[in-house]
Design a binder for this molecule. Structure first.
Ligand code: 13P
Length: 341
């Protein structure tokens, strides 16, 4: 696959007014999300839920891409249409969760390394054949006393670069995802230091392993205090510190940064993205690649009841519209009510 094709896809993923939906919950995560709203996590309910998402009218207005899990990339709606074809018909780019999950890192208590490199080349080729055009691989990084350790940073950076190089070889744009998690009581400065160290190590490895940076996107955390930190930050501080940290560590050649929500509320995730996009002086497109911050309100509206399909789709359209506005700094809290269906 040519570098040019990768670069065109990467740019399309971070197009203005658009972002990415991370609906790549594997069976265990989906079961957990369903159980919280009292829905049986059987395959029929899983299909019904995805069908509601992907038949939402005008979904493409604010979504450039959707990340799927392996079963969904292969899966079909109740009328037999493949989910990936439904997305392609809307001009939405299909992505695939390519990692094997994060596991305890030996020798480093409470830290993780993401597995899944063995056999990855063949899986990537199969996913490309099925219609995927981009991939994601999440490295989960803890902040706390002695964390992140050098070992955790380097092991995850190495795996991210191996995965990214293999993705590009298969013609797939890697969404490189180092996620410095909100879990803990660390303050925003500790998150900034950890994030910068992780981004530095990640780009050093990507370069070493000959990844074409222009043909990637960065999917990463905003710089935030831990969820148990007594001092929480306002949107302006989050925007200022996040952009300052990114500027120190992420090459300008990266076409765009798509933030994960990571446990922020839906409104906070939108406000933070908006505050960043109101600022100038950064070289990247800044957009969203949210899972929970888009899908929680959808699950709440749906509740496993087919009769709630329309409100669930309205919730999805609304959150993507609010984030689409935040993508260009045009969001305002008043619009939450004004534009609600
Ligand atoms: P959240 O927005 O729920 O953090 O999910 C995004 C994602 O893709 C995590 O890998």
């Amino acid at each position: 696959m040519s570098n040019q094709t990768l670069e065109v896809t990467a740019q399309a993923l971070v197009a203005k007014e658009k972002g990415i939906l991370a609906s790549d919950e594997g069976p265990d995560v989906l079961a957990d999300r369903f159980s919280r709203i009292g829905v049986d996590p059987n395959p029929d309910n899983g299909t019904a839920y995805r069908e509601i998402l992907f038949t939402t009218p005008n979904l493409e207005r604010h979504l450039s891409g959707v990340i799927l899990y392996d079963d969904m990339l292969r899966g079909s709606a109740s009328d037999g249409r493949r989910f990936v074809d439904m997305l392609a018909d809307k001009g939405i780019i299909a992505g695939i969760n390519a990692d094997g999950g994060f596991h305890a890192l030996a020798g480093c208590p409470d830290e993780f390394v993401t597995e899944g490199l063995d056999g990855l080349r063949a899986r990537l080729a199969a996913w490309a054949e099925l219609g995927a055009r981009f991939t994601k691989w999440r490295a989960a990084i803890r902040v706390g006393p002695g964390m992140p350790s050098r070992a955790a940073i380097d092991a995850n950076a190495h795996a991210l670069a191996r995965y990214a190089a293999l993705s590009q070889e298969a013609g797939l744009v890697p969404a490189v995802e180092p996620d410095v998690m909100m879990t803990g009581d660390h303050d925003i400065g500790q998150c900034a230091a950890a994030s910068e160290a992780v981004w530095h190590a990640t780009y050093r490895e990507l370069r070493r392993q000959r990844v074409n940076i222009e043909g990637t996107i960065l999917k990463t955390n905003m710089v935030l205090p831990g969820d148990d930190c007594p001092v929480q930050a306002g949107a302006e501080e989050v925007a200022e510190v996040t952009i300052a940290s990114l500027r120190r560590a992420v090459p300008a050649a990266v076409p765009g940064i798509a933030f994960l929500s990571g446990g922020q509320s839906d409104l906070a995730a939108t406000q933070h993205l908006n505050a960043m996009n109101r600022r100038t002086g950064h070289p990247w497109e800044l957009t969203f690649c949210y899972g929970r911050a888009i899908l929680e309100p959808v699950l709440t509206a749906w509740h496993g009841n087919a009769a709630n399909a329309a409100p669930a789709q309205a919730a999805l359209r609304h959150r993507t519209e609010m984030n689409g506005l935040a993508r260009t700094g045009q969001y305002a809290a008043d619009l939450e009510q004004q534009r609600a269906a």
